[in-house]
Design a protein around this ligand. Structure first.
Ligand code: SER
Length: 320
């Protein structure tokens, strides 16, 4: 097997997925890449290349030089950040993906992973137990780019045989990196505020339910999908997967049992409208059937794990 290239390795998902890939395949098998040279220090355990995915020639050179056989393309601008500069978000999210697909086709890369999102759904999508195949009317640039990207992935698979696989991630929550401009990221930030004994100001209303997932489940799902036999995959756009669904009020309550003095206030902003357009919960029966997907964490086990590990990980000098 050739090497594995992770693009956007310095981000929230990349930080943990790169480590998991290195543990699974060996440190020498993995090349992390990011447009920010400064994140190199996170990846002293594996290879590193500075790469802006908009530069197709630079990407091709890395793939050729390192004999890359798998690409995990994670670089993207998320939902809330994307609304601040829509054309730039479209450019990065689409051109980046097309560069990866073209290079994968040209250099006959064995497999590509590309994340999609619950943001492909929109205000007129069925919100409860949203099915795999359903009406989609995304109303953020991020969501529009993910929906178009899903169809490009399917196109490259059908037309050129590029084995590209994808998951529609719910909001991903971990303790090893900071929030990255997403609407679901309040649920990352809230743990930091609790650990620092600060009051949390939530940008969503207390009853806003969104599909979420603990990072370990997301990593396992990704590795499982990439390991699955090609013949077992019936979806070449992107798979629905589900972990848990909760509201700001419920995550606050789950943290309260560890930090009884923790306070929250609600000041909904433009992100409320984005959250309202997304599903409350996801039907992932196709992923369960095709590649045996099953999550391990619920809200209380996730909170217990994060509360236990986050303060030391970030060197927060706090007493509960
Ligand atoms: N977590 C992402 C966001 O909120 C959704 O994929 O933008």
């Amino acid at each position: 097997m050739g090497k594995i290239l992770v693009i956007g390795a310095g981000g929230q998902l990349g930080t943990e997925l790169t480590k998991a890939l290195a543990e699974k395949y060996g440190n020498n098998a993995v090349i992390a890449s990011d447009f920010q040279d400064a994140v190199k220090q996170k990846f002293s355990y594996c290879g590193f290349e500075t790469l802006n995915v908009m530069d197709k020639a630079a990407l091709a050179l890395i793939v050729e030089t390192h004999r890359i056989s798998q690409i995990y393309h994670l670089a993207a601008i998320l939902s809330a950040a994307g609304e601040k500069n829509p054309l730039h978000a479209w450019d990065l999210n689409m051109v980046g993906l097309l560069n990866v697909l073209e290079v994968a086709k040209t250099y006959k890369v064995d497999k590509v992973f590309w994340p999609s999102s619950i943001a492909v759904f929109g205000p007129n999508t069925i919100h409860e137990q949203t099915p795999q195949q359903t009406f989609k009317d995304p109303n953020t640039v991020y969501g529009i780019s993910k929906l178009a990207g899903e169809h490009w992935c399917e196109y490259y698979y059908n037309t050129y045989g590029v084995d590209v696989r994808s998951i529609r991630y719910p909001g991903l929550i971990g303790y090893k990196s900071l929030p990255g401009g997403g609407t679901t990221d309040y649920a990352v930030d809230i743990y930091h505020k609790a650990a620092l004994s600060q009051k949390f100001t939530c940008f969503l209303k207390e009853e806003t339910y969104l599909p979420m997932m603990y990072m370990d489940d997301a990593i396992n799902a990704t590795l499982q999908l990439m390991d699955a036999a090609k013949e077992s995959l019936s979806i070449r756009t992107s798979y629905n997967i589900s972990g848990m669904s909760f509201s700001p009020k419920e995550i606050y309550q789950s943290i309260l049992s560890f930090y009884p003095n923790f306070e929250i206030e609600y000041q909904p902003d433009f992100r409320q409208q984005i959250a309202d357009s997304w599903p409350n919960s996801i039907d992932d029966s196709v992923a369960r059937k095709d590649w045996n997907w099953k999550p391990a964490y619920d809200l209380s086990s996730m909170t217990a794990t994060i509360v236990k590990n986050l303060p030391a990980y970030f060197n927060y000098n706090t007493t509960k």
